[in-house]
Every structure is written in C-alpha cells, then in structure tokens.
Design a protein around this ligand. Sequence first.
Ligand code: HEM
Length: 493
Amino acid sequence: MAALGITVALLMWLATLLFVTIWKHIYSSWKLPPGPFPLPIIGNILQIELKNIPKSFTRLAERYGPVFTLYFGPRRVVVVHGYKAVREVLLQHKNQFSGRGEIPAFHPHKDRGIIFNNGPTWKDTRRFSLTTLRDYGMGKVGNEQRIQKEAHFLLEELRKTQGQPFDPTFVLGGGPCNVIADILFSKHFDYSDKTCLRLMNLFNENFYLLSTSWLQLYNNLSCYVHYLPGSHRKVLKNVSEIKQYALEQVKEQHASLDPSHPRNFTDCLLIEMEKENQSAELGHTLEDAAVTVADLFFAGTETTSTTLRYGLLILMKYPEIEEKLHEEIDRVIGPSRIPAVKDRLQMPYMDAVVHEIQRFINLVPSNLPHETTQDTIFRGYVIPKGTVVIPTLDSVLFDAHEFPDPYTFKPEHFLNENGKFKYSDYFKAFSAGKRVCVGEGLARMELFLFLSAILQHFNLKSLVNPKDIDLNPTVIGFGCIPPHYKLCVIPRS
Ligand code: HEM
C-alpha cells in the first residue's frame, strides 16, 4: 500500500515537472517582452491587484520596463507604459496594433459595430461612421447648434432644482444623451422620460460594474468565471437590453426609410447597408446596424456625462478655480448669450480647466485593449499575432515631467507663463492612432459648451466643506468612477 502511495506521489511530481517544463518552453519560444514568470493555469494573477490594475501596471513597469508581458490565466497580455512606448505603438506601428482585444462582458457586440469589432467589418464601419458623424456635425444643424439647443434644456432642468440638493448624475447625463440621440435617431427625450432614464441607468450601472474587481477577473479570465454567479451576468443582461433598444429603433426607421431623404445617422447606415447587401460583400444585417448604433449611443453618453459630473465635483473642491471661470465667462460671453465654439479661443482658462479635468480624472486609465493583427517586431521583441496589447493612457496623462505634480488638479498644466492655452501632446484621454475615439470632436465641444453654460448661469454649492471633498474614484477598472455626491446650483442673477 505504502509503495503504491509513493509511486502515485512520484508520478504526480513527474507530471507536474513535465507540465512546468513544457510551459516554460512555450513561454520562452517567442522573443516576448520581459515579465514575471507565469504559473500554470493562473498566470500572473497573484501579481496583479484586481482593485487597481493600472497601479499594478505602474509597479510592474518600474521593474520590467516600459513594455512587459503578463498572463491573466492563459491570456497573454503585453502592457505598454509611458509616452514614448505608447506613442510608438499607437502611431508608429498603428496597423500592427490596431486589432481590438476581446472584452467578454461585451460578447453580444463581439466583431460587430465599431468598439468591440476585431473582425473584417471594423474598418468600413468605422470609416463610414466617422464620415457620417462629420457630415451631421457640419450639416444644416451642426453639432454646435445641436449642443447649444440642448444646453437650454439642461439649464432649465437645473433651474427646476430651486437651489435644493440633488444628485446630478441623470441631469448632466441628459445633455450628452440627447445630443447623440438627435444625431442617431432625431430623438429628443424629456429629462424625466422613463425610457431615457432607464437607458442612462443601464449605461451608468455598466460603467460602474465594469470597473469593479469582479469584472476585471471576468474580462480577463472569463473561461474560468463565466458559469459562476456574479455581476458579470448583470452587465451582459444590460448590454443585451441596450442592444435590443437600438434594434427596435433601427427596425422602426427601416420601416419608414426613404433612401432619398435620410433623416439621421441610422437612416444613412441603413442606406449604406442596403447598398452593400446588393453587392453582398459584407452581409450586414439589421442586428449589425443595431450594434453600431448602440456603440455610439452608450459611448457618446456615459463618457461625457461622467466627465461633466466629475468636473463639477472638482470645481466644488476648488472654489477659487470656479471663481476664475465665472470671471472669464462674464468677460468674454456675458450673462445671457449662449456660449459658442468661437469663445474657446478667448477663454484659455476654461480650455485649460476642461483639459485638466480630463487629464486628472483619467476616465479610461488602461485604454481599451488592442490586439496585434500580425506577428510584430517591436523594440526587438516578437509579439505574436492575436496578443492583447494595452497601451496605457494613465502612464501618459500622469507623466511627471510633462505635468509636474501630476496627481494634483492644476489648470496651469495647460497654461503658459502668459496665461495662454498650452497644447500638450501628452493629452491622450481619447487615445490616438487607428482606434482613436470616434467621438473626440463631439465630446470636446460638449464639455466646453455645457460647462460654460452651467457656470454662466449657476454657482456651485457643495453640501460639505470643500476641503473635505474626496476626489478619489470609488472604483478603478475599465473606468475611474467618481464618488457619488449631491450638490446645489444657485442661480447667479
Ligand atoms: C469624454 C469623452 C470621451 C472619452 C474620454 C473617450 C475615450 C475613448 C477611448 C480611450 C477610446 C479607446 C481608443 C483606443 O482603443 O485606442 C474610445 C473609443 C471610442 N469612442 Fe470614445 N470617448 C469619449 C466620448 C465619445 C463619444 C461622444 C463618442 C460617440 C459619439 C465616442 C465613441 C467612441 C467609439 C465608437 C470608439 C471606438 C473606436 C474604435 O474602436 O475604432 N466616444 N473613446
């Protein structure tokens, strides 16, 4: 009996040794960037703090350098850290790194639409979307007018609070939501519309859940976690509900489509889709159109909405900055004219504050995952086709040389000695290169116009002593999510 036990133990030990040897062999068979040695099955998961993956990346970059390899279970990931390396990946080797790494929580969108598309339709869908968004942005009613019109509704909604404390999440969200809903479906929601509130709630809940530790685990180790209970199920359900809403809109518009008079982005997409179907090249379906529309709808709402919400919290902590903004607005725009894009040139302080808000809040710290489209030689390493690559954005936004004292909110990071706006190539909140944010122009315009309009008409009042406002995000993952708060807005005249 004892002999059998010893034999089994010996065999198990030999099997483990063999497994580790084969693993080591596979691991070293490519000239991959350096990194901690991965354990079988779990990879480097023990070296990563799931509550703050960006921080773990920074720590590992100090040890292994600006380009390093990690294993999340069996998933190989190359992390790129710091301005020079991130720029090289996104701009110098843009084609090789332009794939999209899989995000299992968005499985219903996989290889369709724009954001989560790593398939052959991505390039055309992206190109078409950019052109059509540009046309709508510059059309008879351009984006400037669209946002200005929406600013009136937003201000009206803020007035209704009558100086009482309120949670700004869905009031501020209503602005960007209506701007993109107008472009996509020619729709305008009332701020108390149940469908609109439901959609904003889904966007908001998903952005939060996607940034929790559990979803970091799910997105990187879905093969092990998928069948367990947990909040990934809620995220997947929400993604499907948003897609279902987009599909209903697409179907409704398809039923009343007049190809000679496109009414909005969705009409243009349907017309393009029918053209393509005639040549039977891409085989788009209404579902594909729904994914593109859903991508633009939630990306176009939640990012800008969260930035505005975080921005107001920051301004409440620094009343002296808010004061300077009021002064600039009063001087350049005055009390009643709605802010316009042309004002930006004469408002360097507001321009700098908007940039600094985006830099400081670090909305998407680790970017969206990219993927190599072919075996790629990068800085002497060989990165196999299909490897997930993370060109981190926080490593650029918090560069201590470019932005001294990077963890402090300072509009001066974007101002020169004469108080003029100072451009920085390190401002990469929208990423860069082939996958750069499709809505960058729209988002920048919204942030400037909405913030200017709010501060033109209201003083912000915190419910706690400004010094006690905590600006740290509640969770850090897919995004950096601001703390939950209430405020009062007091009319200025
Ligand atoms: C403050 C606002 C915003 C921020 C900070 C932001 C940030 C980003 C980032 C970091 C990416 C990933 C880029 C990459 O993979 O390298 C991205 C992609 C994207 N964004 Fe935005 N975004 C914002 C607003 C918007 C808006 C308003 C829209 C829609 C109108 C939009 C649509 C998209 C789309 C479609 C992609 C996917 C591009 C692709 O994969 O080819 N975003 N955004």
